[in-house]
Each structure stands twice: as structure tokens, then as C-alpha cells.
Design a protein around this ligand. Structure first.
Ligand code: PBG
Length: 335
């Protein structure tokens, strides 16, 4: 006896049939390549815990973006590693800071590439927190001063926009930062610069390799006072809604694979453009397993990125962007 209605396999038999009914598309145009730019000259420094990822000084960065663009990826997300750090992260909002100079160089060499800048203080502060710190009440170490930090974040965003950034991406998780940054950008004449808000940024162990890359591990304490509890999903929807009300153009969920349910909920609840950040630890896990021959890297990467898109992400930020775009092109040619 057969059950014709259950014969879904009929559509899986050949590749053209499968592609006719495929629900999710993954293309280079959906991907964003994160890049680390460092002070100095002729620097290409491998990040040990992220094989294949390097920190570039500005002219090397320009060369790397030539390759990224050739792969078909049209957007990059910049993180700066400053020459020196201080209590208030002053290089973050210095017009001659490493990110500001990198943005100018990139927009001159590659005007067609979308340059998004990470707006946060943690790479620039000597203590490694995402904002200015003060002693916490009751002698419980230090805590970030939310409102003082907002001023500095807005200054940072303006200096990035001024340098030519196409969009700014605040990743600090302070309360009220999107409204503050939107207001100040508008005041300074940057009302058409979009904000990609890290709305649901979890306090995650998967940022470990990034902190090596950006040298931004907090000296003391952790980020649980401002990043989200992995146990919460409703809260992510609330964060995203608030950010949209305050003027965010894109809302982000981060990390990606452990939070696909959150990506879906945020997408369904808001209908807004959603970004998902496939973070450093997610990248390093795939790299480590592949290096041991325990996993087929290319297949696992494609499956992961497709799953993130299927969950509802419009754009996927991933250290695999350039490679994945190359693989997607190879697939397209071999058809
Ligand atoms: C800075 C920031 C972090 C990441 C992006 N922006 C690190 C953190 O919060 O510790 C992590 C990205 C990654 O792991 O790839 N606030």
C-alpha cells in the first residue's frame, strides 16, 4: 500500500527538482565580512584561535577588501584595534583613530563596498569593558556608567559617519543608545546613515576567540551586567522592539546558531530587517573540527549559513563570508 500524499521524496530525486522547490536562498549578497584593522604599517597578524583570520593594518586591509569584493561579498564590518588604550576609550571617537582612517581609505579604494563600523568602547578601553566604568554600589567591583557611555558612543558613531561609514553598528548593549545615536547623527547631518543595532546580544562564551583578536577581554568582571541572559527569548523581542522605536534600521541577534529560535521570533514579531552574527567561537569550532578531519568544512559551513537564513536572517555576518561566497560561485559555475 502506498500513501501518495506523503511521497515528498519525489521532489528530492534530482538537483534541479530540489532547487525548484528550495525555500531558502543563500547568496554572496547576503553576507557581511567582519575585519580587524590595527594601527601600524605592513601588519598582517594571524589570530591564533581563528585560523584564516588576520588583523590588517590599513593598506593590507584595502588589499583584503579587494579580495572580499571579488568574491561577491558587498559589505564589511570593521573592528579597530587601537595603538593605545585608556580609561575612556578615547581612540574610539578620535577622527584620526584607526577605524576612521580605515573607513576613509576603504571608501576611496572601494566606493562600492558597504562599510559598516562596530561602535563600542571595549576594544579601546584599558579595562576592556564596553563603556566608562565606575565603582559599583556596595563595593562589588566596577560597573559601566550607562549614561556617560552613551555620550561617547554617539561621538564614536558621528566620527565614523564623518569618515564615510555607510552604516554604524552599536554593539555595546547600553540602555537608550540607539535613540541617543540616532538623535545625534540627525543633528550632525547624518540622518541617512542607518543603524544596525546589536539588539539581542547574549552574554556568550562564543565570543572567546574575538576577545583574543580584539584584545578586549574585560580585566575584571564580565559583561553579564549589560549583555543578555542566554535563557531569555521574549526579552530579545522586547530589545528589538525598543531599538526599532528608538530608530534602528536593522536589528541583530548574536550569536547565531545557538539562537536560531530568537532570530525567528524577532523576525516574526517585528518584520524588520534582521541580521544574525555567526560569531568567532562558531567559526573556530568549525575550523578546529575541520582541521582534525572530523567534519567536511565546506558542507558544514554552507549548512550553517543556510540554516541562519532559513531562521529568518536577511543578512549574515560571518568570518566565512569570503570563502562561502567563493564556494557559492563555484557551485553556480558547476551547474
Ligand atoms: C564588542 C563586540 C564583541 C563581539 C562583537 N562586538 C565582543 C564582546 O562582546 O565581547 C563578538 C564578535 C565575535 O565573537 O565574533 N562589544
Amino acid at each position: 500500500m502506498t500513501f501518495p500524499a506523503t511521497r515528498l521524496r519525489r521532489l528530492r530525486r534530482t538537483k534541479p527538482l530540489r532547487e525548484l522547490v528550495r525555500e531558502t536562498e543563500l547568496a554572496p549578497s547576503h553576507l557581511v565580512q567582519p575585519l580587524f584593522v590595527t594601527a601600524g604599517e605592513s601588519v598582517r597578524e594571524p589570530v591564533e584561535s581563528m585560523p584564516g583570520v588576520e588583523r590588517f593594518s590599513i593598506s593590507e586591509l584595502v588589499g583584503e577588501v579587494t579580495e572580499v569584493a571579488a568574491s561577491g561579498v558587498r559589505a564589511v564590518l570593521l573592528f579597530g584595534i587601537p595603538a593605545s588604550k585608556d580609561e575612556t576609550g578615547s581612540e574610539a571617537y578620535d577622527d584620526e583613530g584607526v577605524v576612521q582612517m580605515a573607513v576613509r581609505a576603504l571608501k576611496e579604494a572601494h566606493p562600492e563596498v558597504v562599510v559598516i563600523t562596530d561602535v563600542c568602547l571595549c576594544e579601546y578601553t584599558s579595562h576592556g569593558h564596553c563603556g566608562v566604568v565606575r565603582p559599583a554600589a556596595g563595593h562589588r567591583g566596577v560597573e559601566v556608567d550607562n549614561d556617560l557611555t552613551l555620550e561617547l558612543l554617539a561621538k564614536t558613531a558621528i566620527s565614523h559617519a564623518n569618515a564615510g561609514a555607510d552604516a554604524v553598528a552599536p554593539s555595546d548593549m547600553m540602555d537608550g543608545r540607539i535613540g541617543m545615536i540616532r538623535h545625534q547623527l540627525d543633528e550632525e547631518g547624518f540622518s541617512s546613515t542607518p543603524i544596525v543595532a546589536y539588539s539581542a546580544k547574549y552574554a556568550s562564551a562564543f565570543y572567546g576567540p574575538f576577545r583574543e583578536a580584539a584584545d578586549s577581554t574585560p580585566e575584571s568582571g564580565d559583561r553579564r551586567g549589560y549583555q543578555m541572559d542566554p535563557a531569555n527569548a521574549e526579552e530579545a523581542v522586547r530589545e528589538a522592539r525598543l531599538d526599532l522605536e528608538e530608530g534602528a534600521d536593522v536589528v541583530m541577534v548574536k550569536p547565531a546558531l545557538p539562537y536560531l529560535d530568537v532570530v525567528r521570533r524577532v523576525k516574526d514579531a517585528t518584520g524588520a530587517p534582521v541580521a544574525a552574527y555567526h560569531v568567532s567561537g562558531e567559526y573556530s569550532m568549525l575550523k578546529a573540527a575541520a582541521a582534525n578531519g572530523w567534519i567536511d568544512e565546506r558542507a558544514a559551513v554552507m549548512e550553517s549559513l543556510t540554516a541562519i537564513r532559513r531562521a529568518g536572517a536577511d543578512m549574515v555576518i560571518t568570518y566565512y563570508a569570503k570563502d562561502a561566497a567563493g564556494w557559492l560561485r563555484e557551485e553556480a559555475i558547476s551547474r
